[in-house]
Design a protein around this ligand. Structure first.
Ligand code: SF4
Length: 245
C-alpha cells in the first residue's frame, strides 16, 4: 500500500504517465485494440431489500416478475444473435434464486451457447458460490454502493443488504467459491456521487481489506461513479492502478 501511494503521489512526482504509457503498449501488443463488451440480462425484479435509491426496493409498489428459464434462454439467444458472447445475469436479492435452483438452471441452459456468464445478484455463502461456479458462472459483480458506513446505513433500511460487512466481504467469499472475475463496484447514481468520498486513495484504502491469496489468478475489477471531467485524469488513473495493485 505504501508503495502504491508513492507511485501515484503528486508530491514525489510519481511515474504515473510513464507507467500508463508502458501499460498501454503491453496491452496493445497482447490484445490489439480490443474491448470486452457484455450485455446485462435482467431476469428478475423481486427483491427483499429496501435501498433508498432503487426502484426494485421491496416496498416499491411495482409489478414483480421473474423470467422463466425458457424466457431467459429466448432473451439470451437474441443477444447471441446480436453478437454478444458475454452475458451478465442481473436480479434483485432473493434467497429463492439460489435455494430453489433458479440461477443454476439458467446457467445450465445458457452455457451451451454463451461462453462467458457472469452474475449480478445478492451476496451468497461460500458453498453457494462454489455451486454456482460449478454450473458455469465465471464472473460476479457486487455493488457496494459506498464504502462509508454511515452513508451506507442511511441508504439501506431493510433486508440483508443492511449488513455492511456481509456485503463488503462478498468478493472474498466469491473468490473462495472459485469465481475467476470479481467486480467490486460503487454505484454510479449521481445523487450518491456527492456523498461518496471519491479520491482513489480512499477507495483503494477501503478496498485493501481484500484478502485474496494468489489474486493474480483472477481478474479484479473496481468501478467508480461518474467522475467529473476535471478530476478524471488523476483519480481515474489512481483507480486503474488499484486494479493493477
Ligand atoms: S438490493 Fe439491489 S435490486 Fe434490491 S433494492 Fe437494493 S439495489 Fe435494488
Amino acid at each position: 500500500m505504501r508503495r502504491f501511494l508513492q507511485l501515484v503521489s503528486e508530491e514525489t512526482g510519481g511515474p504515473l504517465e510513464a507507467l500508463a504509457r508502458q501499460s498501454q503498449q503491453v496491452t496493445r501488443r497482447h490484445f490489439g485494440k480490443t474491448m470486452r463488451l457484455f450485455a446485462p440480462l435482467y431476469v428478475s425484479n423481486e427483491c427483499v431489500n429496501n435501498c433508498s435509491y432503487c426502484g426494485f426496493s421491496r416496498d416499491a409498489g411495482i409489478f414483480r416478475t421473474t423470467l422463466t428459464v425458457n424466457q431467459v434462454v429466448t432473451e439470451a439467444r437474441h443477444l447471441h444473435g446480436l453478437g454478444f458472447r458475454n452475458v451478465l445475469l442481473v436480479a434483485g436479492e432473493h434467497p429463492k434464486f439460489v435455494s430453489d435452483g433458479y440461477l443454476q438452471n439458467c446457467l445450465d441452459a445458457l452455457k451451451p451457447f454463451i461462453p462467458t456468464l457472469a452474475l449480478e445478484v445478492g451476496p451468497m455463502e461460500d458453498d453457494q458460490y462454489a455451486e454456482i461456479v460449478g454450473h458455469g458462472a465465471e464472473g460476479l459483480v457486487v455493488y457496494q454502493e459506498t464504502y462509508q458506513r454511515e452513508t451506507y446505513t442511511q441508504l439501506h433500511t431493510a433486508g440483508p443488504k443492511k449488513n455492511f460487512d456481509w456485503r463488503l466481504n462478498c468478493p472474498e467469499r466469491a473468490y473462495a467459491g472459485g469465481f475467476r472475475r470479481i467486480g467490486d463496484f460503487v454505484n454510479a447514481n449521481r445523487k450518491l456521487h456527492a456523498r461518496i468520498v471519491m479520491p482513489g486513495f480512499i477507495f483503494v484504502g477501503e478496498s485493501s481489506h481484500l484478502k485474496l491469496p494468489n489474486a493474480l489468478l483472477i481478474q479484479l475489477n473496481l468501478g467508480v461513479p461518474e467522475i467529473a471531467a476535471k478530476r478524471a485524469s488523476s483519480e481515474s488513473i489512481n483507480l486503474l492502478f488499484a486494479s493493477w495493485v
